[in-house]
Design a protein around this ligand. Structure first.
Ligand code: ZN
Ligand code: ZN
Length: 150
């Protein structure tokens, strides 16, 4: 992750480059939700949403064109809080037993993450500060946090 070759984010699943964007149905804009703030409280200093929590913005998958831009993005996909990350992992059906939680420091990347509408952002990591197995208690708390998706 600390070398350039490991700092690219690939699209999940079947993102067909050039196809009509299924995230925004080709509209080019979509609702963004910062799950870090929705789950832990709004923060004006949030690097993802600056305290907006929910807002309309250019669709991250097609970059507003309505057609999937499936090329890899430069940067490592991260969430500013563990809660936001856990929410994403569970929403995407990831097997938590296979997950390792990596905590890192880095600089904001210029590119936009495919899941920016879920509160993800891309960074260029400069230092790995922690590495942990999934916290089951936290996963349960996030699961039952009762924040309804819009
Ligand atoms: Zn936020
Ligand atoms: Zn789109």
């Amino acid at each position: 992750m600390l070398v350039e070759a490991g700092q690219w984010t690939q699209p999940w699943g079947s993102s067909d480059h050039g196809a009509t964007c299924d995230k925004c149905d080709g509209a080019g804009a979509t609702t963004h939700e910062c799950w870090s703030c929705l789950l832990t409280g709004r923060r004006d200093a949030c690097p993802v949403c600056s305290g907006r929590e929910r807002w309309e913005d250019r669709c991250p998958v097609c970059r507003g064109s309505g057609r999937v831009d499936g090329r890899p993005r430069h940067g490592v996909s991260v969430y500013p809080t563990r809660e936001g990350l856990y929410h994403y992992l569970m929403a995407s059906g990831a097997d938590l037993d296979d997950c390792v939680i990596v905590e890192l420091e880095g600089d904001r990347a210029e590119d936009v993450d495919f899941d920016a509408d879920q509160g993800a952002m891309l960074v260029i990591p400069t230092r790995i500060t922690g590495c942990d197995a999934v916290d089951r208690d936290l996963a349960e708390r996030v699961k039952h946090a009762g924040v309804s998706p819009s």
